[in-house]
Structures are given as C-alpha cells and as structure tokens.
Design a protein. Structure first.
Length: 365
C-alpha cells in the first residue's frame, strides 16, 4: 500500500492532507511540531494524538529520512555525509562546527549543470533536482546525529544554514523555497532568515524572487571581474553577464550596511589574484553593500588550478579592506575529506528522463 511521506509537505499541504482524511485542522499543527520541533520519525511517539489516529497515520503515511551511505569526520571536526535518496542517487551534506556557530551546508541538486571549471561538483553531470523533503531530510539527518532536538533549545548546535552544497539552488527554486520556509517556521526548526544564506552563480530571474519571498542572505559566486574570464570560470555568465548580474544585485530587496550581499571569490594562482583584479572588483561592486569572502582554492583530483600564494591572498584582502570592504579569508575546513568549498561530488550517474520527471522537473531559464 502506498504511504504518503509527510516530509514532502508544506504546512498548508499537511493541513489539506489532514482535511482529506477527516482529521481535525489542529492535528496538522500537532504533527508539524512533532516532526520539526522534536524531530520525531514515528507517529507512535506523538503522545498528544489518540491511539486510533496514530494507527490511521501509520497505515496511510510515514515520516522518512534519506539513508546515510557514508559519514566522514575531518581532523578539524567537520563532518561530511554521503546521503542516498529513494532512487539511489546520492548527494553530500556537510556540518562545519566553529566556536560561535554550527553551519550546515545543504545540496539542492544531484550533480550540477553549470560546469564551473574550478568546482568538483561541476565535473558531475546534472542528474536531477532534489525535492523539498530531500533538502530538509539532509538537515534532519545532521540534527539527529548531533542530538540537536528539540530545535528551539538553548545552545543548539545547528545555528546557520548555507545553500552552498551540490547544485545551483536557483535552478531548483520552487523546492528550495519550500524547504527554506520549513526551516524558518517558528513552530518547527525555527532558523532565522538572517542565519540562512543562499548562494547562486547568478540565475537572474530568481534573484529578486529570493529576496521578496524568502528574505534570506544572498551570496554570489563571482570569481572574476570581467566577462572574458568569468565566461571560462562560470559559464552561466555567457547567458547572464556581469552587467545584468550587478544590476540585479543592486535591486536585491532590503540591502543595507547590516544586510549585505556576500561575494564569493575563489583565489586561483595567476588567474584572478592580481592587485589589478582587486582594484577592478572594487569598481565592479561600488555602491552595493558588500562583503567579499576570499576562498583559497581547495584542490581536488584532476583539477587544473592551483591555490594562490598566501602573499597574493593577503595583498588582495588588504586592497579590499583599505577600500572599506570586509574581506575575510575563508579558512579551509574539511579538506582532508573533500568537504571544503568546491570539493563536493557524489558518484551518481544520469538516470532515465522518465525517472527524473517523476521526481522534480528541471527548468531552464
């Protein structure tokens, strides 16, 4: 008998499900809190729901988690999970502990279609988009492992979410949007929108929607200050060039000195790390409340690039800081288990279009 997986539902969809099963409206709120505030996976644990209703829910529905294929722990404490989905596709999820925060890096697609030349995920063909349940499921696996339930407790280990894992989030906008709204739900996981960052390579049609519908922090995977180089490093630039990207970012809702766009800039030796590049970056983002994350390139097998020298990275950062921009140099985390920025990849291969269409369709812009 087919059972409906409730992790695929928004709150409104869960209400409709309960209504269709002749359950009272408040039952949806009870189930939601048990799922997302307490992390329960079994209806039998939900002690404010009658036994008869729990039996009905067990007969017609379930609360699933993706499977863990592998877990690796870095010497710096970073944890990476290889997660198997229902169709046997796999994605990677990372938890990065720091003194003042704990950040979870979530994937939005199996593989990626953008083929950024410095990114390991880009060497894996796009298989399919993830469902909202598969995105939320990654976070719940991390919280299970860290014993981080109930979600609203003091000293929670997961404090920040970054949509910076495998895939381009804005090419799976509807499911990513649905998942983020669940993360932000006050009656559930309750992560503040100010602690959620969505990273994009520049899918212009969905940048403004992200600001108006979600209001989360925006990070732009920039990496070059002219179209000629960015076309090679980030090929989507051929469709959405720097001029249109900068214009879109200037219009991102509610920008201010306390709500800045983060520009991600991977430091590639003798490619984009000169003083002239730093000066041109300042000119490019002039007038936009900004923070620049300088990311030393994290090598992976078969990569064609080298990491910039520390001298060049420090010089680049100084030029930016002297111009008034915050420009922290990101400390590599999880390099030894290939969990650092740009290193994620799974072994999933292309699946048949018929399988893809049963899950989440891929939209082209």
């Amino acid at each position: 008998m087919f059972k409906q997986d409730l992790i695929d539902f928004s709150f409104g969809e869960l209400q409709n499900f309960c209504k269709d099963k002749n359950l009272p409206k408040f039952r949806a709120s009870q189930i939601w809190r048990w799922m997302y505030c307490f992390g329960f996976k079994s209806f039998d644990e939900m002690n404010n729901i009658s036994k008869l209703t729990r039996e009905l829910l067990n007969d017609i529905s379930l609360i699933s988690r993706p499977q863990i294929s592998e877990m690796q722990i870095s010497k710096d404490g970073t944890i990476k999970w290889l997660i198997k989905l229902k169709d046997n596709s796999e994605v990677e999820t990372v938890y990065i502990p720091q003194d003042d925060r704990g950040t979870v890096c979530l994937s939005s697609q199996v593989g990626c279609t953008l083929n950024c030349s410095f990114c390991h995920t880009g060497t894996q063909a796009l298989v399919r988009n993830l469902t909202s349940g598969e995105i939320i499921g990654q976070l719940m696996i991390v919280m299970d492992h860290l014993n981080d339930w109930p979600s609203g407790k003091n000293n929670r280990k997961v404090t920040n979410i970054v949509m910076m894992g495998m895939g381009e989030p804005l090419l799976n906008y509807d499911e990513v949007c649905k998942a983020i709204k669940i993360m932000m739900s006050d009656d559930g996981i309750a992560i503040s929108r100010r602690r959620i960052t969505l990273s994009t390579s520049g899918i212009i049609p969905n940048i403004e929607k992200t600001g108006t519908e979600l209001g989360v922090n925006l990070a732009i995977s920039l990496h070059a200050v002219n179209d000629e180089l960015r076309n090679k490093l980030v090929p989507i630039n051929k469709k959405y060039n720097l001029e249109t990207l900068i214009k879109s970012c200037k219009n991102y809702p509610k920008l201010s000195n306390s709500r800045r766009i983060t520009w991600e800039y991977v430091m590639l030796k003798d490619v984009n790390d000169s003083s002239e590049d730093a000066i041109n970056l300042i000119k490019l983002i002039k007038g936009i409340p900004s923070k620049i994350n300088l990311i030393p390139f994290n090598p992976w097998p078969g990569s064609l690039f080298e990491t910039s020298t520390q001298k060049n990275i420090d010089n680049f950062a100084k030029i930016l800081m002297d111009a008034g921009f915050a420009s922290p140099i990101r400390k590599p985390r999880g390099q030894d288990i290939y969990a650092a920025c740009g290193q994620l990849k799974s072994n999933s291969e292309k699946i048949r279009k018929s399988q893809i269409n049963k899950l989440v369709p891929i939209h082209n812009f």
